[in-house]
Design a protein around this ligand. Structure first.
Ligand SMILES: [Zn+2]
Length: 345
């Protein structure tokens, strides 16, 4: 298993249904009557077939970008915000403004927070922020500068402009939904859909759907929607010196390996991971001089196009067994400065 620590969220979604199916199949199999056994086997086959097709369709449930809301409800106040057991995500999700002062990315990508965050403007010359109701277009100023720079460079390879998904919350930290990383303002999700030519309305940004570029069998990209411009888009991001890692679906990595051509020096930064079929995840390095920022180990220097890729196309990887969710992070699991940052008004 590769070193990246982001757990696939879809395993979680699927587990109850799979557990239910497995239990039923087992019960039926125990029946001693021959007729019943035959019937049970048939039923088991049907159940497995149904589960298989549910999984094939379930690909679209992997880290999707669900529609937002035009009138997001404020979260209800916490009963016990000061209890040590309160999940940190419940505290950070209730902060709608950044912590003032100089920008600081504190702790690690998976266990940290952010002070002095800046917002990426929701519309720029070559980008637009999606799902504004999530209020996750915040980052270290270095991340905002990267997105502005990347959007310009992407235009030069024929990409009309970026649709920007989640960055970080105003004070970073863990989120109520979707991500385990994105905590210190140095991660951003970019949609595989190019920006339209007009400035989108709030409705379009909340309800528009991202393009899933992976084929239904998950073994390759979907030739109906994948273009060489997608390869050039990812190449452009990977060639930015600030970028240390990009996560894409294994089917996309396979396509990049095929289409990269002679210039392959950037490929090592692009790593396969679960999901990431409708957006890719870009991680930039701890900014120079930020002593509180905990760096991630860089990816291995190999282009990752060899047998390393085989792991991702095994049935057991494409359809992994359910995994137990980890207990939620509390403030005790974050650097001490994060407590002050999330408790400040
Ligand atoms: Zn991401």
């Amino acid at each position: 298993m590769p070193a990246w620590r982001e757990k696939p969220p879809f395993v979680w979604h699927r587990s109850p249904a799979l557990a239910y199916r497995a239990t039923n199949a087992t019960k039926i199999h125990k029946n001693k009557e021959l007729l019943m056994r035959t019937a049970a086997r048939l039923l088991a086959i049907l159940i497995l077939a149904a589960a298989g097709s549910a999984l094939a369709q379930g690909k679209h449930l992997i880290d999707p970008t669900p529609p937002g809301s035009l009138n997001p409800e404020p979260l209800p106040p916490l009963q016990n915000p000061d209890a040590p057991s309160t999940p940190a995500k419940d505290l950070f999700a209730r902060k709608s403004t950044p912590f003032p002062g100089p920008s600081r990315s504190i702790g690690g990508y998976f266990d940290g927070c952010l002070a002095g965050a800046v917002a990426l403007p929701i519309s720029g010359p070559s980008w637009q922020v999606m799902r504004l109701s999530r209020n996750r277009n915040w980052g270290n100023p270095q991340l905002v500068r990267f997105i502005e720079r990347f959007a310009e460079n992407a235009k030069k390879v024929g990409w009309n402009g970026l649709l920007v998904g989640d960055m970080s919350q105003p004070r970073g930290g863990p989120m109520l939904s979707e991500h385990r990383s994105h905590q210190i303002g140095l991660d951003a999700d970019i949609w595989f859909t190019p920006m339209p030519d007009h400035v989108q309305s709030r409705e379009e940004r909340e309800f528009g759907s991202a393009t899933d570029v992976v084929a239904p069998d998950m073994l390759d990209v979907d030739s109906e929607v994948w273009t060489h411009k997608h390869t050039e888009l990812i190449r452009t991001a990977a060639q930015d010196p600030a970028v240390i890692r990009i996560l894409v679906n294994p089917a996309i990595k396979k396509a990049l390996c095929r289409e990269a051509g002679a210039d392959r020096a950037w490929l090592f930064k692009v790593r396969p991971w679960y999901g990431h079929a409708e957006h890719f995840h870009v991680q930039i390095a701890c900014p120079p001089g930020s002593a509180e920022c905990k760096p991630q180990p860089p990816p291995r220097p190999s282009d990752g196009c060899d047998h390393e890729l085989d792991f991702w196309f095994k049935q057991s990887t494409l359809h992994p067994p359910p995994s137990k969710p980890k207990p939620a992070l509390t403030l005790a699991g974050l650097p001490p400065a994060c407590k002050q940052i999330v408790k400040a008004p």
